[in-house]
Design a protein around this ligand. Structure first.
Ligand SMILES: Nc1ncnc2c1ncn2[C@@H]1O[C@H](COP(=O)(O)OP(=O)(O)O)[C@@H](O)[C@H]1O
Ligand SMILES: [Mg+2]
Length: 346
């Protein structure tokens, strides 16, 4: 069978976009799909086929274009099912592009809402493994009396060891519980308040961030990549979830290289990581979220947490009460403040 006949048959027998273009687990697969689309177009285009195939070509090319459009719109993963160590997961839609992974919403075969975190490069598999270890350890460190922990971290659900059928590349994929669509990132909050957020609104975000960090550090892990898009905020219910644990490092180990704009000074010398790394970054987030709204005393509080020597920075667990005292001094007794993102944001 020649290439053109084969192309006709492939398109005619296809019933779903993925029949033609496969599963887009990464950017490489998308490039591949585009190439395949152009290859097929070139073969079955009515302008290039034999005159007697023109009618057939018109129908086939219509179908090809339609399937490719669908493939692109759905992120090509619509209805993709992968097998994890414990369950089957079906996911789809346009993925959220994280710093190392694409994150897709889906569900497990027992009905739990999950996100499936697929590293774009197989070389990021170790980062996925670190994220899994960190989340499991932190969760376990909670023990029975510390159920509150689960509100601050995504829960590790399962791991999928995936091999791409065409490229043979292996990927370590993390399945986490879906924390829902009511969250925005701290980066979104910052963008919505370009002149700086009112410190009384930031107060609860920071308290919860410090609580989460204290728990992670107690479990022996540093996050090391506390950027504004890894801090997820639920405005109405004052929820904070620390996501993006791919660069998590055991305290005392040397962290993997991350292309982060804002890192503590010790990052340059490849020192073993301390809890102070996170304390430094968390207070960078504070300054960057409050901007011109930062009261002097909060600025010096943040400066103390961003001292050059990581050993001089306070522990997250001690900062909790210091931060509360400082806020009380500045604003009086703590009370609940409604917080909402401006209507135009997000
Ligand atoms: N458990 C989750 N539930 C819902 N959304 C999530 C969850 N984990 C991550 N996300 C979304 O996906 C984005 C990227 O996830 P993240 O874990 O930071 O990936 P990466 O490590 O590649 O940066 C997050 O900013 C968030 O919007
Ligand atoms: Mg991230």
């Amino acid at each position: 069978m020649n290439e053109t006949t084969q192309a006709f048959e492939t398109i005619e027998t296809a019933t779903r976009p993925t029949d033609l273009f496969g599963t887009a687990v990464d950017a490489g697969a998308r490039t591949e799909a585009r190439r395949e689309y152009h290859r097929l177009i070139a073969l079955v285009h009515p302008d290039v086929v034999n005159r007697r195939d023109c009618g057939r070509a018109t129908v086939v090319i219509g179908k090809l274009i339609r399937l490719y459009r669908q493939w692109e719109e759905t992120g090509a993963t619509s209805g993709t099912t992968l097998v994890g160590d414990r369950h089957l997961y079906t996911f789809g839609g346009t993925g959220i592009v994280g710093s190392v992974a694409d994150v897709y919403r889906g569900s497990s075969d027992d009905g739990e809402g999950v996100v499936v975190k697929i590293p774009r490069k197989p070389s990021s598999n170790a980062l996925m493994d670190a994220e899994r270890d960190a989340l499991i350890d932190i969760q376990a460190s909670g023990g029975d009396g510390n159920d509150w922990l689960r509100h601050y971290f995504p829960r590790f659900v399962d791991r999928i060891g995936h091999q791409d059928p065409t490229t043979r590349e292996r990927r370590s994929i993390n399945v986490l519980n879906d924390i829902g669509t009511s969250f925005v990132t701290l980066a979104d909050v910052r963008a919505a308040y370009p002149d700086g957020l009112d410190p009384r609104d930031y107060a609860w975000m920071h308290r919860r961030l410090l609580r989460a960090l204290a728990a992670a550090h107690r479990a022996g892990w540093a996050h090391t990549a506390l950027t504004a898009d890894n801090v997820l905020i639920e405005p109405e219910r004052h929820g904070v979830v620390v996501a993006g644990w791919s660069y998590a490092t055991r305290i005392g180990d040397v962290p993997p290289l991350a292309a982060l704009a804002e890192r503590p000074p010790e990052a340059a010398s490849m020192q073993p990581v301390t809890a102070g790394w996170d304390v430094y970054m968390a207070h960078g987030l504070m300054l960057d979220t409050l901007r011109s709204q930062t009261p002097k005393r909060l600025r010096s509080f943040a400066d103390g947490c961003r001292q050059k020597n990581p050993q001089h920075r306070p522990d997250a667990v001690d900062l909790l009460s210091e931060f509360d005292d400082l806020l009380e001094n500045l604003y009086g007794r703590r009370r609940f403040r409604q917080f909402a993102m401006p209507a135009s944001a997000g």
